[in-house]
Design a protein around this ligand. Structure first.
Ligand SMILES: [Fe+2]
Length: 274
């Protein structure tokens, strides 16, 4: 009977790992659908409270059709109000993490740090206020050792979603970035636009992507409003690249293991110092 093993990895993880390494992102079913539904319900309820509206019978339609009932000038106030009200809830980050916990443990590690706040993005059809041009987060001083957990609250696809340039193409074009000099990111976008993947992420799925690769969004040309949340997850013991993005402030430890806790609590007794 053969009992020896030749890999440190769990065979079951291969599809997820290979897909992520190949493309730079994965889209999976959330790992706890009832937690997602409960979280979305709380967000809808908080939005209704902010708007002084009655709770809708169809939450999906309420979110998709927000532009029918809220003037675009009031959108940012709603977004900020939700950001504050929901991030104040002690269940928000643990619930959000739970939606992708096993995948994050496989892709990032089992001792993790998570961004201290989860961001809200709401994009009404043809609203120009919250666009995020082609970029890679590392260009603006983010850690290269992280993923973004990106969760839509409604079905998204095409311009209602976001785009990413898959890993190999992104690496190739980033290496030649200086050639786009004067035209900047606009020229770069023209160069790569045919290779961009517009991510189809139905409600009930979650996207995990590596923000080292080029990504962004454009004007929402669909007829319904996009709602999405995003949050950064990194390995607890990875380099923290700037004071603004440090552990204990921007990132908070979420899953330190017992040996780490004991190690951090350990104090060398006197006499062993030299
Ligand atoms: Fe980004």
């Amino acid at each position: 009977m053969m009992s020896l093993v030749s890999s440190f990895y769990d065979r079951a993880d291969n599809t997820l790992v290979e897909g992520f390494l190949e493309r730079g992102y994965v889209i999976i079913d959330v790992e706890d659908r009832s937690a997602l539904d409960a979280m979305r319900h709380e967000i809808v309820a908080a939005a209704c409270k902010h708007m002084e509206a009655v709770l809708p019978s169809d939450e999906d339609a309420f979110l998709n059709d927000l532009h029918d009932v809220l003037p675009v000038e009031k959108l940012n106030a709603l977004r900020l109000g939700l950001y504050r009200a929901i991030n104040d809830q002690s269940w928000f980050r643990p619930t959000y993490f739970r939606l992708a916990r096993r995948a994050l443990e496989t892709l990032v590690g089992n001792e993790l740090a998570m961004q201290n706040r989860i961001n809200f993005s709401i994009q009404m059809p043809r609203d120009r206020t919250s666009l995020l041009d082609l970029h890679a987060d590392v260009f603006s001083g983010e850690s290269p050792y992280q993923v973004v957990e990106w969760l839509p609250l409604v079905d998204v696809e095409s311009t209602k979603s976001m785009f990413i340039l898959p890993r190999r193409k992104s690496e190739a074009v980033t290496a030649r970035m200086n050639e786009f000099g004067a035209g900047g990111m606009k020229a770069l976008y023209e160069h790569v636009k045919n290779d961009l993947i517009w991510l189809t992420v139905p409600y009930g799925s979650v996207l995990i992507f590596c923000p080292n690769f080029l990504h962004g969004n454009v004007l929402n040309e669909e007829s319904t409003t996009r709602w999405s949340l995003n949050c950064r997850i990194t390995g607890l013991f990875t380099p923290y690249v700037s004071p603004e993005k440090s552990l204990g402030a921007f990132y908070l430890p979420i899953t330190p293991r017992p040996v780490t806790r004991l190690g951090m609590a350990y104090q060398q007794p006197a006499g062993f110092d030299e």
